[in-house]
Write a protein that binds this ligand. Structure first.
Ligand code: ZN
Length: 216
């Protein structure tokens, strides 16, 4: 089994104190920093863009795990890589030419991820698994923090894990949405190894929260 990594989403941070919020989760033992980019089209919400990613890059050594919840992400891949993304994830539903987007990211020596909404079947990514570093499964409908995990997500994680194991691929399974100390053991058991957490980490004692999400 892979080591479980915790990726706090800055979506739940206090944006007026972003630097200290990032330092807080860094000191608390976060493995990655998850950055949710939303455009108001692919998802109803609008969050942050490249200038903020680039500002964050200067303030932390944590790998930046950038999740593009935007239409036509192909147009912006270069800019987010230049801004400092270590891993760039695009949504299958938002890409007309998914393979082209993934190849573009890997050619620039950045880890490529593909994200799937809860209703999207796994079939659409099977043909490019050999090029992916991670598959992100949305465990809520994307757009807002603080939602409950959709129960059917667990069997989808398990199915993806089986596909990855049987194919011998080295791909992380990341889950995003509704992860807290109650749901974390379930998604880990199903095969997820990167857990995005927002509210669970930023509200209260971050170190304790990250430890309990790891199951320690
Ligand atoms: Zn995300």
């Amino acid at each position: 089994m892979k080591i479980v990594k915790i990726a706090p989403s800055i979506l739940s941070a206090d944006f007026t104190n972003l630097e200290s919020e990032i330092k807080k989760v860094e000191k608390a033992g976060a493995d990655l920093l998850h950055i949710d980019v939303m455009d108001g089209h692919f998802v109803p919400n609008i969050t942050i863009g490249q200038p903020v990613v680039s500002a964050i890059r200067k303030k932390t050594k944590l790998p930046l795990d950038v999740h593009l919840m935007i239409e036509e992400p192909e147009i912006y891949l270069d800019e987010f890589i230049d801004a400092g993304a270590d891993c760039l994830t695009v949504h299958l539903e938002a890409c007309r030419h998914l393979h082209r987007a993934v190849s573009f990211i890997t050619k620039r020596k950045v880890k490529a991820g593909v994200a799937l909404n809860p209703a999207t079947p796994l079939d659409g990514i099977k043909y490019l698994l050999s090029e992916l570093s991670l598959v992100l499964l949305m465990t809520v409908n994307p757009g807002f923090g603080g939602q409950d995990l959709i129960p059917s997500a667990l069997s989808k994680i398990a199915k993806l894990n089986e596909i990855i194991q049987s194919g011998g691929f080295n791909i992380d399974i990341e889950v995003d949405g509704g992860i807290n100390k109650e749901t974390a053991p379930k998604v880990i058991k199903a095969g997820a190894n990167i857990l995005v957490a927002g509210y669970a980490v930023y509200q209260g004692d971050a170190r304790k929260a990250i430890k309990s999400l790891r199951g320690l």
